[in-house]
Design a protein around this ligand. Structure first.
Ligand code: UDX
Length: 438
């Protein structure tokens, strides 16, 4: 299939490269000429494991190319995917569709009859209908508009694309169903389930999936608070409930709250959709509140671990990205934490394996260390904020020696409390009993 992918952000670039790897002919388009020049020279605009090699090998085989010329990419395509950003609109929390509609108006000038336009960006219910209306206004009738939401996790995006739990296709006509089935045919060999449904249903499915995962995280975070009050261990509670297949073990890690480019934005957009429809979504609304509060509360946890005052203290921070294996700082729990500690007069020495460049744009007055041990050196406490693999097997005795105060605040429950305490550290996890909470 000949595919045009509009937008070379996270979703567009990963999806485009993976489609090319399936054997399709893919042209990725972006307005940002510096980004396109970089991609043509093999420079990735984002840090994602395996992406550079995938882009390189498919570009070398002539199946993947990058351009700023949207008309050129679209005019010969059988399917045009829209993967531009849909950020939260200022003021009202709804998804801003400016980039989507701009792309549709531009592609309307050149698109061939029979081409399928597919939204891959996360778009509110009814966006497919609006796209169809725009295309009709531009005089185009023989066009199918479909929805094919992505479920990629940053840091594992290529694996998620190639081994999806499911593929969701919202298509109102047989032609677009056929085209999408053909595009995803290589995955059916792996028996990936495909759900073909109505376009509005597919659009909502994406929001419902992310909102449900956000609910799971906020739920276990509240249970963690309860564990601390009643002297129970949230890790075991999560395992105890997660082994029940009806609940499932995933997304039950208590921590500093969820961040990233999807959950915060998509939960707000779902609430906005519900508002407009006149339907209350109390569970999701509360989840958003719980998460916002949780992120703010992390400062007090660290302050508490340091005896109630951090002014003049030095604090080492491990991990700044919103999760491991990415340099993405969007809505990262590290942001309110670091800023809150700096505001209270602490000196921070932070280390992240890849997010330093992005973090430098976000923080002022933070020192950046070159590794975990350097962050610990002369600090009064060390705080694990993001669970990068390289923080999972630190030499805790060495950390204890390097630290001035022997305090380890483990916001991701990476370490066994007993092991940390026997290395000479005072350990504070999340939801791990009254004793350890101190
Ligand atoms: C998410 C969805 O998983 C993906 O399907 C969707 O397409 C985009 O949004 P992503 O934002 O990349 O992906 O990261 P994810 O791994 O889902 O984590 C999101 C946030 O939740 C992170 O801040 C993470 O630390 C947090 N989280 C996740 C927890 O706090 N506990 C958990 O158990 C799982």
């Amino acid at each position: 299939m000949r595919i045009a992918m509009i937008g070379t952000g996270y979703v567009g670039l990963v999806s485009g490269a993976c489609f090319a790897d399936f054997g399709h002919q893919v042209t990725c388009v972006d307005k940002d000429s510096a980004k396109i020049e970089g991609l043509n020279a093999g420079v990735m605009p984002i840090w994602e494991p395996g992406l550079e090699a995938l882009v390189r090998s498919n570009a070398e085989r002539g199946r993947l190319s990058f351009t700023t010329d949207l008309p050129e990419a679209v005019k010969s395509a059988e399917a045009v995917f829209i993967a531009v950003g849909t950020p939260t609109r200022r003021g009202d929390g709804h998804a801003d569709l400016t980039f989507v509609f701009d792309a549709v108006r531009e592609l309307a000038m050149v698109i061939r009859p029979g081409t399928v336009v597919v939204t891959k960006s996360t778009v509110p219910v009814g966006t497919g209908d609006q796209i169809e209306t725009i295309l009709r206004e531009e005089g185009i009738t023989d066009i199918s508009v479909a929805s094919n939401p992505e479920f990629l996790r940053e840091g594992a995006a290529i694996a998620d694309f190639k081994h999806p739990d499911r593929i969701v296709v919202g298509a109102e006509d047989a032609h677009s169903q056929d085209v999408l089935r053909e595009i995803y045919r290589p995955l059916f060999l792996n028996r990936a389930p495909i759900l073909i449904t109505g376009r509005r249903t597919a659009e909502l499915t994406k929001y419902a999936a992310n909102a449900f995962l956000a609910v799971k995280i906020s739920f276990i975070n509240e249970i963690a608070d309860l564990c601390e009050a009643v002297d129970a261990d949230v890790q075991d509670v999560a395992r105890g409930i997660g082994l029940d297949n009806r609940i499932g073990a995933k997304f039950l890690h208590a921590g500093p709250g969820y961040g990233g480019s999807c959950f915060p934005k998509d939960t707000l957009a779902l609430l906005k959709t519900a508002d407009l429809a006149g339907v209350d979504q109390r569970i999701v609304r509360t989840t958003v509140e719980v998460n916002d509060r949780r992120k703010e509360q992390m400062v007090e946890r660290v302050v508490g671990a340091l005896g109630g005052d951090v002014a003049g203290k030095r604090i080492g921070v491990l991990g700044l990205a919103f999760k491991p294996n990415t340099d993405d700082m969007r809505e990262a729990p590290s942001i309110p934490l670091v800023n809150g500690l700096v505001e209270r007069g602490a000196t921070l020495s932070a280390f992240d394996p890849v997010a330093r460049e992005q973090a430098e744009k976000v923080f002022t007055g933070v020192e950046f260390a070159n590794d975990a041990y350097a962050a610990a050196e002369r600090s009064d406490a060390l705080v694990i904020v993001t669970e990068w693999d390289e923080f999972r097997a630190l030499d805790l005795e060495r950390i204890a020696e390097l630290l001035k105060g022997k305090v380890l605040v483990d916001l991701r429950n990476v370490y066994d409390p007993d092991e940390a305490e026997s290395a000479g550290l005072t350990y504070y996890g999340v939801g791990r009993g009254r004793i350890l909470h101190r």
